[in-house]
Design a protein around this ligand. Structure first.
Ligand code: CNA
Length: 237
């Protein structure tokens, strides 16, 4: 049996599939990743992106943070590609337990997925740091300078910056799902950002599938590895 046939068989035989994804899931919708060849890290900025999107930089240079954030991290008009659509369908068919994503673009929900653990938050949620009032993504995207609430507080995106902890409830939910999965599909992630990448160590099954264009540090632990475009695999499923 070839690798694709094995994956199809595993999906057919599974009842508790968990999908763990990263920025590579959205590149086929036109949203650049960080570490792929066309990713943000290959472009040149005044400061390295990982510095700009850190908590300390947000506090020290909020104007510069929001300039970069609006321009590079707020892809509001993009539509889900085949992978989020197929995952939403698998959830509807009661085969997929949940999607765990490091993405912040909301594409899985746009495709119809209900059970999504967003490890790094979402650009679609924004809260005033002072009065906690929620603000829409458009409000942040189309304001100027540092976005302010009517009360004068800064509107902060509900996105986990470098140096910030992950949401405890989200992490616990993700760990519990991975721990009870009969098939774990990991796709479109360089698996270099922690603690997110470490969560796949909670998988106890024997069907770990990795789909990523580039090699990852976890390839050696996977039971099936595809170094291909995710969409090319998902369109066959
Ligand atoms: P990453 O480190 O940029 O890695 C992405 C990986 O996906 C790379 O190894 C690529 O080779 C691979 N890849 C890209 N496109 C495809 C494709 N079509 N098929 C197969 N493989 C592909 O991204 P990670 O998610 O691992 O890193 C985590 C960061 C990236 C999180 O904090 C995210 O918030 C952040 N991020 C999110 C988005 C988004 O929400 N769409 C975009 C860019 C970065």
């Amino acid at each position: 049996m070839n690798k694709l046939e094995i994956l199809k068989t595993w999906i057919r035989e599974s009842k508790n599939i968990v999908f763990f994804g990263g920025a590579g899931v959205s590149t086929e919708s036109g949203i650049p990743d960080f570490r792929g060849i066309d990713g943000l890290y290959s472009q040149k900025y005044e400061f390295p992106p990982e510095q700009i999107i850190s908590h300390s930089f947000y506090l020290e240079r909020p104007d510069c943070f929001f300039r970069f954030y609006r321009e590079k991290m707020m892809p509001l008009d993009f539509m889900p590609n085949i992978t989020p659509h197929k995952l939403a369908k698998l959830e509807k068919e009661d085969k997929l337990m949940c999607v765990i994503t490091q993405n912040i673009d909301g594409l899985h929900q746009k495709a119809g997925s209900k059970n999504v653990f967003e490890l790094h938050g979402s650009i679609l949620r924004n809260y005033c740091e002072r009065c906690k009032k929620p603000h829409g993504a458009e409000y942040v995207k189309y304001s100027e300078g540092v976005p302010k609430c009517e009360c004068g507080g800064t509107v902060k995106p509900d996105v986990v910056l470098f140096e910030e902890p992950l949401n405890d409830r989200v992490v616990k939910g993700a760990i519990s799902a991975i721990g009870s999965a009969d098939l774990l599909i990991v796709a479109g992630t360089s698996l270099t950002v922690y603690p997110a990448a470490g969560l796949i160590n909670y998988y106890r099954g024997k069907r770990l599938v990795l789909i990523n264009r580039d090699e990852t540090p976890f390839d050696q632990y996977a039971d099936l590895v595809f170094h291909e475009n995710i969409g090319d695999i998902f369109k066959e499923l």
